[in-house]
Design a protein around this ligand. Structure first.
Ligand SMILES: NC(=O)C1=CN([C@@H]2O[C@H](COP(=O)(O)OP(=O)(O)OC[C@H]3O[C@@H](n4cnc5c(N)ncnc54)[C@H](OP(=O)(O)O)[C@@H]3O)[C@@H](O)[C@H]2O)C=CC1
Ligand SMILES: O=C(O)CCC(=O)C(=O)O
Ligand SMILES: [Mg+2]
Length: 473
């Protein structure tokens, strides 16, 4: 079944039932070490995870690691250009849950992203990236502890589908010709627009299915959070891209109000309801005027549409959501993508789950990680209905590779997410305690050491892992 690798002789498989993992006490878990600093951070992370499981379960539970190959290491073993061997795909398919270090993607030419390929091959449609603060972590922000968000990033489509054509290529030029001469003129709203002939062309598909399954998972997650964090914000650039980014927002609201009607309220509905709560005799027209600041300058048709919206909301949910009941529901709102970047800095405590398309989530997860201490503190999980791969938000950080200096925190915290996914909360809690206490004690790697006031002598990557284990207690 495998060409060049041999699974562990002990251990059992994780299986999935209705999207939930069924986990034996001795699961076999494939891991990819990763390129660049993967050589430093993976061994450190593995050591911490093993120590936590051993301490939490005293030998009754154990991870049986299965080394599989991707990236440079795979080419060394399998031959030139064998970046993602079939053995690796077979192992992840067979064992369901895997963890990986970062993998290199060259800019401009060469192979497309192995990281993205893995997400697409296993349909890991939800990229979950929590950004929360560990006390004592230095940050460029005054109140980094106020940020506690979980980014739910759609993980399989958008520009990451990688459908693009090079400038000057035969198909690219043909496509531009068809667009300029046939499709754009056939679409009146595009007027006389034309694509410059020397353009590269990329396609940005955003599907209803892809958007809705991501938002569905985000709302399901919100249901498990404490009441004050039960909020899902749909992030989009729908003011500019109405049929892709704008549609993501609309489809997100549709999932909330059709599949989770009793559990959710949209921000706009909450305004309509609270207007009536404040003034029970308010007319539909006055209510409409208050929810739409530009109401008075709208066309009669548009005004009538908003009045109808108010009427429908009151008719359909006043009984279940009115009189303040909506305050107990999950709030679903939306924010424009550029605005959310400033909002997480200026009003961080107003946000909880941020549901995004692929590209916006990629940008936003690095930015949010920076607020709570940098990419060394940014974990992640790629989750599908029948498998999951855990990995940090950051890349290979090549200039630090092999120096035993990089912060392994992000991969260790990705391991914590994996332990929680397995239901091994006791081990996950030990790692979080160890990491939190090490940081609070000023035992940190270079990235955090240089930000501390006064600066401290940095620990090596491997020493930081040891410090975490010592702080398990
Ligand atoms: N999922 C994946 O495997 C990903 C892979 N990549 C790939 O990684 C390669 C390198 O990408 P690049 O743009 O340099 O981005 P990286 O995220 O690899 O690194 C950029 C900078 O972020 C900081 N950083 C990253 N990781 C850590 C860490 N663990 N601890 C402390 N600081 C960290 C370092 O800053 P400083 O030097 O200032 O301390 C580093 O130089 C590319 O090929 C890219 O495509 C990128 C993202 C995700
Ligand atoms: O695969 C890559 O090279 C980049 C991926 C990335 O930036 C991410 O997943 O956040
Ligand atoms: Mg990224």
């Amino acid at each position: 079944m495998y060409d060049k690798i041999i699974p562990p002789t002990t251990g059992s498989k994780i299986t999935f039932k209705k999207g939930e993992p069924i986990v034996p006490d001795n699961p076999i878990i494939p891991f990819i070490r990763g390129d660049g600093t993967g050589i430093d951070i993976w061994p450190a992370a593995q050591k911490v995870l093993d120590a936590a499981v051993a301490k939490a379960y005293k030998g009754t539970r154990e991870i049986n690691w299965f080394k599989v190959y991707a990236g440079d290491e795979a080419c060394d073993l399998y031959g030139t250009y064998q970046y993602l061997p079939q053995d690796t795909l077979t192992a992840i398919e067979e064992y369901g849950v895997a963890i990986k270090g970062p993998l290199t993607t060259p800019v401009g030419g060469g192979i497309r992203s192995l990281n993205v390929a893995l997400r697409q091959i296993f349909d890991l449609y939800a990229c979950v990236r929590p950004c929360r603060y560990y006390a004592g972590t230095p940050s460029p922000h005054k109140n980094p502890e106020k940020l506690d968000v979980i980014i739910y990033r759609e993980n399989t489509e958008d520009i990451y589908l990688g459908i693009e054509w090079k400038q000057g290529s035969e198909i690219g030029d043909r496509l531009i010709k068809i667009l300029n001469e046939e499709l754009i003129p056939a679409t009146p709203e595009h007027g006389k627009k034309q694509i410059p002939l020397d353009s590269g062309i990329g396609i940005k598909p955003i599907s209803k299915t892809g958007s809705q399954r991501l938002v569905r998972r985000a709302i399901q997650h919100a249901l498990l959070l404490p009441k004050n964090k039960q909020q899902v914000t749909l992030v989009h650039k729908g003011n500019i891209m109405k049929y892709t980014e704008g549609a993501f927002r609309d489809w997100g609201y549709e999932v909330a109000t059709s599949e989770f009607r009793q559990e959710t309220v949209t921000e706009r509905e909450s305004w309509i309801l609270s207007n009536k709560e404040k003034n029970p005799n308010i007319s539909l027209e006055d209510n409409a005027q208050q929810i739409d600041p530009g109401f008075n300058s709208l066309t009669p048709e548009k005004k009538a549409q908003i009045v109808k919206e108010v009427e429908e909301v009151l008719n359909s949910i006043w009984a279940t959501h009115g009189n303040g009941q909506w305050k107990e529901k999950i709030m679903v709102n939306d924010r424009i993508a550029d605005s959310i970047f400033q909002q997480i800095q200026t009003r961080p405590d107003e946000y909880s789950i941020l549901a995004t398309m692929n590209l916006n989530g990629d940008y936003l997860s690095d930015a949010a990680a920076a607020i709570v201490g940098g990419l060394g503190m940014g974990p992640g999980a790629n989750i599908g209905d029948s498998s999951a791969i855990f990995e940090a938000t950051h890349g290979t950080a090549p200039k630090h590779a092999g120096l035993d200096r990089i912060n392994p925190g992000s991969v260790i915290l990705s391991g914590v997410m994996m332990l929680e996914f397995l239901g091994w909360q006791e081990a996950a809690d030990l790692v979080k305690k160890g990491l939190g206490d090490a940081i609070a004690n000023g035992q940190v790697t270079y990235d955090l050491a240089r930000l501390l006031e006064p600066p401290v002598e940095p620990l090596k990557c491997s020493e930081f892992a040891e410090a975490i284990i010592q702080h398990f207690g």
